[in-house]
Design a protein around this ligand. Structure first.
Ligand SMILES: [Zn+2]
Length: 187
């Protein structure tokens, strides 16, 4: 849980630190706004992906399930700036599936905290393996990082792509190829 008093105090100090006057009209409520906003932006830390991924339905002999274009917004833990983009998740069921909204929910839980994209990608794959127990899972995340695009090298629109594969996706190249093909990426 977030210590709102601490966040408010820290934001005030931060504003002073960058040479601002935290008492001027425009900034007077900023520490409080930021503290309340982080309740949401870091809210995923208090949520359990096992809760939504454990609500499963039986299926017989299903092929790959792909949920693509799951939009997410997260916060880079190195710079406290947003990174955002899309996650694509495929899995091969082992007799059970989850409602598709639960995959999006899982992305949301891991996005709503301070993150790095590589870690988020792996955490989503691992949570699905752990709770849904499919034959395999593959997660591809593509995102734009504001810490890259609004400063320094400034390459607007440049995307960072991360991939995690588990189980049969690790073992079978054809499955990975099918996944990329379904995403229209060929290979
Ligand atoms: Zn960053």
């Amino acid at each position: 849980m977030i210590d709102q008093d601490k966040v408010r105090e820290a934001v005030r100090l931060f504003l002073e630190g960058i040479g601002e006057d935290p008492d001027r009209a425009g900034l007077a409520d900023t520490p409080d706004r930021v503290a309340r906003m982080y309740q949401e932006l870091a809210g995923g830390m208090d949520q359990d992906p096992g809760e939504c991924l454990s609500r499963v339905f039986p299926v017989q002999d299903s092929g790959m399930v792909l949920e693509r274009d799951i939009m997410f917004y997260s916060t880079c833990e190195h710079h406290l700036l947003p990174f955002f983009g899309k996650a694509h998740i495929a899995y091969v069921p082992d007799g059970r599936v989850v409602g598709l909204s639960k995959l999006a929910r899982t992305v949301e839980i891991y996005a709503r905290r301070l993150q790095i994209q590589e870690q988020m990608t792996a955490q989503i794959a691992d949570a699905i393996m752990k709770y849904l127990k499919p034959k395999g899972v593959m997660v591809l995340v593509e995102a734009e990082h504001m810490c890259m695009t609004m400063r320094g090298v400034k390459k607007p629109g440049s995307q960072t792509v991360t991939i995690a594969s588990r189980g049969v996706f690790q073992e079978q190249e054809e499955l990975r190829e099918q996944f990329f093909k379904m995403l229209g990426r060929g290979c």
